[in-house]
Design a protein around this ligand. Structure first.
Ligand SMILES: Cc1cc2nc3c(=O)[nH]c(=O)nc-3n(C[C@H](O)[C@H](O)[C@H](O)COP(=O)(O)OP(=O)(O)OC[C@H]3O[C@@H](n4cnc5c(N)ncnc54)[C@H](O)[C@@H]3O)c2cc1C
Length: 392
């Protein structure tokens, strides 16, 4: 099969790869984008299921504090920060709004309208897309692919690798690239779950509460306090309030305040009122409105030992946590291509003309806009640098 020879080859059709393609095409390069899955942006669409938190509305310095990474990546991210992301999304016809704690979402609260408009604009710019093309490595200057039509080769002027991390592998990013890059002597930090749930072994009484949200609560671990909501799942708890406490630095017990707006004294007072002939469940419901999954969590942590003890426990339920959940359900993965293997332009030192972007890079951040902004920003930086390299 004859080689395809675009100026810029982008491998990976997630937000980082699509942004790299856009930046390179806007700079005048011919762009060819290959994706192993049958369609583009699968994880981006999945992120849209919870509303697509694109970025944050907060001062740049506060925003940048959330990234744990080498200054090289920080610089690339700062080059396309929250304002730029908002302008870009608006340029694709997306009306945006800022929700609680500065989270920025499209009004549509999903990713599909944005993705459709983005792919249309990329096609009009001349980007060629190939799906079901799986990159398998290099042969000299050529990138090798397995495709439904058999093996294919692409020999570009420059390449952007935007293959994602290793969370939710069924959406496409399975981290298989780590073997290819390490085989070339490149430094890749191990991919580990980040922004993931916590594992808990529930008693059978919790079964009927799987999938139930627990809202307006406070979780505390190792002195870190996280307010918000979570969902009880078959394997434990996951959701916005859990992710900040599941990172590599945490190991201590997790406590849950089911009544952050009430004092222990208020709870004790209500619970010590005459119960009469009411069952315990009815007493808890009438006195403090404790029902459903919240009541089950209370029962899960011990028997009734009087109003004072219950009030104390409701303010700090000791959850039995076995550890963080695995990569299959993590929102993102930490680790990836080390800054030590890259130039300032995100180019592999050992392979001039090959740039890296998105979650493949060794940076980490909380979910909720920081991840997508980081992927878009590094995608843009790598795409521009690749177009520049190809035009030399
Ligand atoms: C459930 C969920 C909700 C999320 N919500 C948010 C949110 O609200 N806000 C936020 O900021 N972030 C969120 N994220 C995280 C965000 O979606 C990711 O950080 C982002 O998609 C990573 O972008 P990427 O382009 O680097 O990688 P990916 O989106 O993973 O794209 C990489 C692409 O490369 C392809 N690929 C991999 N290997 C090959 C190969 N060998 N050949 C060809 N193609 C290959 C993959 O199929 C994939 O399409 C969420 C993630 C999940 C799972």
């Amino acid at each position: 099969m004859a080689d395809t020879t675009p100026d810029v080859l982008v491998i990976g059709g997630g937000p980082a790869g699509l942004m790299a393609a856009e930046a390179a095409a806007t700079a005048g390069a011919s762009v060819f984008l290959a994706e192993r899955m049958p369609s583009l942006g699968r994880k981006f669409l999945m992120a849209g299921k919870s509303g697509l938190n694109l970025t944050r509305d907060e001062p740049r310095s506060a925003f940048m504090e959330h990234y744990r990474c080498d200054p090289m990546f920080r610089e690339a991210i700062a080059g396309f920060g929250p304002d730029a992301v908002r302008d870009w999304a608006k340029g694709l016809g997306q009306e945006l709004f800022t929700g609680s704690s500065g989270r920025v979402f499209p009004v549509a609260m999903k990713a599909s309208p944005l993705l459709r408009a983005w792919l249309l604009r990329l096609s009009r710019q001349g980007t060629l897309f190939r799906t079901r093309w799986r990159w398998t490595g290099w042969d000299g200057p050529a990138c090798l692919f397995e495709t439904p039509e058999g093996p294919a080769r692409v020999t570009p002027g420059a390449t952007v690798l935007a293959l994602g991390g290793a969370s939710w592998p069924r959406l496409g990013s399975d981290g298989a690239w780590t073997g290819i890059l390490r085989g070339r002597g490149l430094r890749v930090e191990p991919l580990r779950p980040s922004n993931t749930g916590l594992l808990a072994a529930w008693s059978p009484q919790m079964l009927r509460h799987f999938g139930e949200p627990v809202k307006n609560v406070v979780l505390t671990r190792d002195g870190t306090v996280s307010q918000g909501e979570f969902v009880v799942t078959k394997s434990g708890i996951e959701g916005g309030a859990v992710y900040p406490l599941s990172g590599p630095g945490f190991s201590g017990p997790v406590t849950l305040d089911l009544y952050p707006a009430r004092s222990e004294a208020w709870l004790a007072d209500r619970l010590s009122r005459t119960r009469g002939r009411a069952s315990l469940a009815n007493h808890l419901r009438k006195a403090i409105g404790l029902t459903g999954c919240r009541a089950a969590l209370f029962r899960e942590t011990g028997a009734w030992q009087g109003a004072a003890e219950a009030a104390r426990r409701l303010k700090a339920l000791p959850l039995t946590i076995a550890g963080p959940a695995g990569l299959e359900r993590a929102i993102s993965s930490a680790g990836g291509v080390s800054a030590l293997s890259l130039t300032q332009a995100l180019m592999l030192k050992a392979r001039p003309g090959t740039f890296v972007a998105g979650e493949m890079l060794d940076w980490d951040a909380p979910t909720g806009g920081y991840l997508l902004t980081g992927c878009l920003a590094t995608g843009r930086a790598a795409g521009l640098a690749a177009a520049g390299f190809a035009a030399r």
